[in-house]
Design a protein around this ligand. Sequence first.
Ligand SMILES: Cc1ncc(COP(=O)(O)O)c(C=O)c1O
Length: 400
Amino acid sequence: MSKFDFSPMPDVNGYFGEYGGQIIPPELKTVMDEINTAYEEIRQKPEFQQELADLFANYVGRPSPIFFARRLSEQLGGARIFLKREDLNHTGAHKINHCLGEALLAKYMGKTKVIAETGAGQHGVALATACALVGIPCEIHMGQVDIEKEHPNVVKMKILGCTLVPVTRGTATLKDAVDSAFEEYLKDPNNFIYAIGSVVGPHPFPKMVRDFQSIIGTESRQQFQQGEGKLPDYVTACVGGGSNAIGMFTAFLNDDDVNLVGVEPAGHGLETDKHSATMTLGKPSEIHGMKCYVLEQEDGTPMPVHSIASGLDYPGVGPQHSYLKDLGRVQYETASDDECLNAFMTLSRVEGIIPALESSHAVAWAMRKAPTLSAEQCILVNLSGRGDKDADYVAQKLGL
Ligand SMILES: Cc1ncc(COP(=O)(O)O)c(C=O)c1O
């Protein structure tokens, strides 16, 4: 019996403890409530469950395997490190799990356009893919800085037929892309749907995206139990908005002996202003329609955050993560840009797996932790995506 009780989560108003909710104008609240009603309807339907299960198996390639990183574990000494291979999914990351759900929901609701932001381009590619499959027009907003950094994903989105909107305001990164996409959405919220790319934004998105992503933890728990005859001692995932982490953690929340660790970007260092460690250095506030931990400047505006990983530089975080932090159920740690690059190169050269820069943060934490543990102990890392999109950038940065 767990000392925590996580059901039902969130409550009917979309709150995880004090976090979440719908901090939006009343007219938008009506639209969000319609989305919630449609979601609660569709998720009960056996046809929908069957369609999603079929797409997960035959389109995405689920279940994704768990791989024992033997050489990496031996090299580090200490705990054995396992990788949940979300990088092997169609489109190369976990994002496809919720994009298929969101695209099917958009079709069910008769929406005429799906709008979203993207940071690293993974959510953009996954959503453009899902919209091509379902047959709905798709518009993606992306910061100009990220467009230049994530060229392969930009090209893919165009090939997949979506309209790409470059965003040049502010720091021209993820938060500005969210603002821009939201403005477009507000032009016609009755006919458009904003397919949020993480467990953030107003209710019901943190719940809905979590539900679609929870397949990661459900599979992992069963696979690990089958393979190792026990559960992992540590389960870790990187945290941007928090979708791959919550997707992994949900199945383990009631297993008190399983330590859950979210890894945020420390960028150039926590003592500098170039990081994105929202849970570590932020405070409870409001952003993008929800209450959560936020990194703010003195005047209360969101901090211009930084991470080498475009998918992690967001000044807010999912409300459920904020709640889990206060509760002490999940521990939030950080990894710097340099540690991330080191993990990226090490995993590539020791295991032949090129991880996404986002996922490399979780790998970096596992590499730091493993030598402090014994060989009987196991760390399961959610390898949220593959690093093809980052290869040119890293090669240039390291002069390869
Ligand atoms: C591979 C990968 N992992 C993680 C993330 C971070 O998002 P989240 O925290 O919602 O999983 C991204 C975002 O683009 C990503 O592309």
